[in-house]
Design a protein around this ligand. Structure first.
Ligand SMILES: NC(=O)c1ccc[n+]([C@@H]2O[C@H](COP(=O)([O-])OP(=O)(O)OC[C@H]3O[C@@H](n4cnc5c(N)ncnc54)[C@H](OP(=O)(O)O)[C@@H]3O)[C@@H](O)[C@H]2O)c1
Length: 242
């Protein structure tokens, strides 16, 4: 198989699990990350040694618009065309409503909404026909977020983008969908205090966080099933509002 998938934020958490799932299915990978060089280097050698896939790792911070050039130049330099684009990296801001600044609000919008839109605009010509885009949305884009206004609103925007982009990507024969995970046991969640984690577990019908690999299978399905288009697929273990 000579298929290529690019995953933003692909060295840890959900992005890494999607990379692992796609690698097992034979995809070659381009994974971006922001700062953890050591983790990125290990991920690259593990994938090459275990799955024998071609793997490129790019340092490309989604809060810096210049990194769109980095990704575009890389694809051009390697003359690569993509079969899957997973727009997964995202940021949050937990400043209280009363004290949040325009800069912190804007940073979350930039990373979660502006960056993926303008990355996609730049590299859409480097995606094969019948290829697929998958965004990482969030249950918090459907249910109001209890802490971060910017996070909930940007993830709602990601869900709206998913539906609106269908008609702009149809001329390229590219499908676009989103996964809206509930609470997934990544660093993002593991860093929360035990009491908050227990509150979350009480609200989920299955009584636990999702394993990132459970979530990754939904991405693979959306990439490979040729009739999903414009869908936001929720995977939340039965969030029950308890
Ligand atoms: N975990 C959840 O419960 C949950 C639920 C719903 C939605 N989500 C969404 O899922 C996505 C991934 O979250 P996660 O929980 O998997 O996070 P994670 O475990 O913290 O992994 C984050 C990944 O993204 C990279 N990254 C972080 N900041 C970045 C930036 N500014 N630019 C480029 N890459 C960056 C990290 O690389 P470095 O370590 O090098 O920075 C790492 O590879 C986010 O969009 C998040 O909103 C998560």
């Amino acid at each position: 198989m000579n298929k290529w998938a690019l995953i933003t934020g692909g060295t840890k958490g959900i992005g890494f699990a999607v990379a692992d799932c796609l690698a097992k299915a034979g995809y070659n990978l381009i994974l971006t990350y922001a700062s953890s060089d050591d983790v990125a280097a290990k991920v690259q050698s593990d994938f090459q040694n275990i799955h024998h896939n071609k793997v490129h790792i790019l340092r490309a911070d989604v809060s810096d618009m210049n990194t769109i050039d980095v990704i575009d130049r890389f694809l051009e330099g390697e003359d690569l065309k993509l079969d899957a684009l997973v727009l997964n990296a995202g940021l949050t801001c937990r400043d209280p409503f009363e004290t949040m600044t325009f800069e912190s609000w804007n940073r979350v919008f930039y990373a979660n909404v502006h960056f993926p839109v303008f990355l996609l605009q730049r590299i859409v010509g480097r995606m094969n026909r019948e290829s697929s885009v998958v965004f990482t949305g969030s249950l918090m884009g459907i249910e109001p977020h209890s802490v971060s206004l910017a996070y909930g609103v940007t993830k709602s925007a990601v869900h709206a983008l998913t539906k609106n982009l269908v008609k702009f990507l149809a001329p390229y024969s590219i499908r676009v969908n989103a996964v809206a995970p509930g609470f997934v046991d990544t660093e993002w969640q593991k860093n929360k205090p035990a009491e908050i984690r227990q509150n979350i577990e009480r609200k989920v019908s299955v009584g636990r966080f999702a394993d990132p690999h459970e979530v990754s299978e939904v991405y693979k399905m959306l990439i490979e099933n040729s009739y999903f288009n414009g869908e936001v697929v929720v995977i939340d273990g039965g969030y029950s509002y308890k």
